[in-house]
Design a protein around this ligand. Structure first.
Ligand code: NA7
Length: 318
């Protein structure tokens, strides 16, 4: 069993800006934007929203993480409900469907307000379509408007303002978020008014990513058993038509054993679990995804939850 060290905690540097922002003409909306969840994604997004002149109100479960944002000009609130009271449009970006539901339906959650007075709620946490439908229904029943805006991309892509946004639900909310989406994403798609579509598309993309990573890890592990240089394999791979920026980057991380979390392994496994639940409800057979999920689950058990998804290579080398 390998000795596992935790990946370094990444600290948000409030002074650094994504290079791409300088090239984008962004006229910040006059509305007040609430933000629930200042993890790596949330804090990176909020930093750029503040930089581009948006008025932001924030909350995070671990309150200490709000401090740098207070210093940068954001208002900090004690509960999600307080954020909703203070904002016109509220974004949520937490770890998983359970966290996303807690923030809406839980104690001091969004729906404690009873009447949302036409405010907009935007779910950015990666969730499954059923969770999105439940949240959307709850928001609408309390006189609010709902948009699912799933974010596709790594933490580095978030820092570079190069995410892809997959949105669905209330079109008016989508339009009100225009200056925010332009700040954080290179492409934004509105996938229709049906809630759940954007979640499905996001999870389908994650399936391609997860399965590809396990294939890459197994192939590199075999090369390693033959004592063939992984760097040589990656250099040759780079010349083939199979290459992709993501596989090249992940291959290099595997070769170096550098698993700094860009897309945490626990998030990848969560996504595969959500995919398999979706498929189960449709009687859709996904044998390769099932095995991929098992591989990620096992790598989690080896202690690599908080590392990058490329740490799946460690398990393949056994
Ligand atoms: P992180 O860096 O792991 O951060 C997770 C965030 O979610 C962090 O703010 C957590 O608060 C928060 N969280 C988790 N569970 C809860 C519950 N139950 N209640 C309230 N807040 C919670 O993840 P990322 O920022 O990389 O990713 C966030 C999402 O974006 C994820 O769905 C990705 O797929 C896309 P904490 O600071 O621990 O108190």
């Amino acid at each position: 069993r390998p000795v596992v060290t935790r990946p370094e905690t990444q600290v948000i540097d409030m002074s650094s800006r994504s290079n791409t922002l300088a090239d984008r003409e962004i006229v910040a909306s006059e509305q007040t934007f609430g933000f629930l969840g200042l993890g790596m994604m949330g804090s990176t997004i909020v930093k750029d929203l503040i930089y581009t002149g948006h008025k932001v109100v924030v909350w995070n479960r671990t309150i200490d993480k709000c401090q740098p944002f207070a210093e940068a000009g954001a208002e900090v609130k004690d509960t999600p409900m307080d954020v909703v009271e203070a904002a016109d449009v509220i974004f949520c970006c937490v770890s998983d469907p359970k966290g996303a539901k807690d923030l809406v339906f839980g104690n001091c959650g969004v729906l404690q307000l009873k009447d949302l007075n036409n405010k907009a709620y935007v779910e950015m946490s990666t969730i499954d379509p059923d969770t999105s439908l439940d949240i959307g229904e709850g928001i609408k029943q309390c006189n609010g408007r709902y948009l699912e805006a799933q974010i596709h991309g790594s933490r580095q892509e978030a820092a570079d303002g190069m995410l892809i946004i997959l949105a669905g639900g209330d079109r008016s909310v989508f339009e009100e978020c225009h200056s925010c989406f332009k700040t954080i994403a290179k492409n934004t798609f509105f996938l229709g008014t049906d809630i759940g579509n954007a979640c499905k598309v996001n999870l389908i993309l994650q399936t391609i990513l997860g399965v590809s990573l396990v294939g890459l890890a197994e192939a590199l592990a075999l090369a390693d058993r033959f004592s063939i240089s992984l760097n040589d394999i990656i250099d040759i791979f780079d010349l083939t038509s199979m290459k992709s920026p993501m596989l090249l980057a992940k291959g290099k991380e595997m070769a170096k054993g550098d698993f700094n979390p860009q897309q945490p392994l626990s998030h990848m496994q969560r996504d595969l679990r959500l995919v398999l639940n979706m498929a189960e409800n449709l009687d859709q057979s996904m044998p390769v995804t099932s095995i991929t999920n098992e591989v990620f689950k096992h790598t989690k058990r080896l202690g690599y939850s908080e590392h990058d998804s490329s740490a799946v290579f460690v398990r393949s080398r056994f």
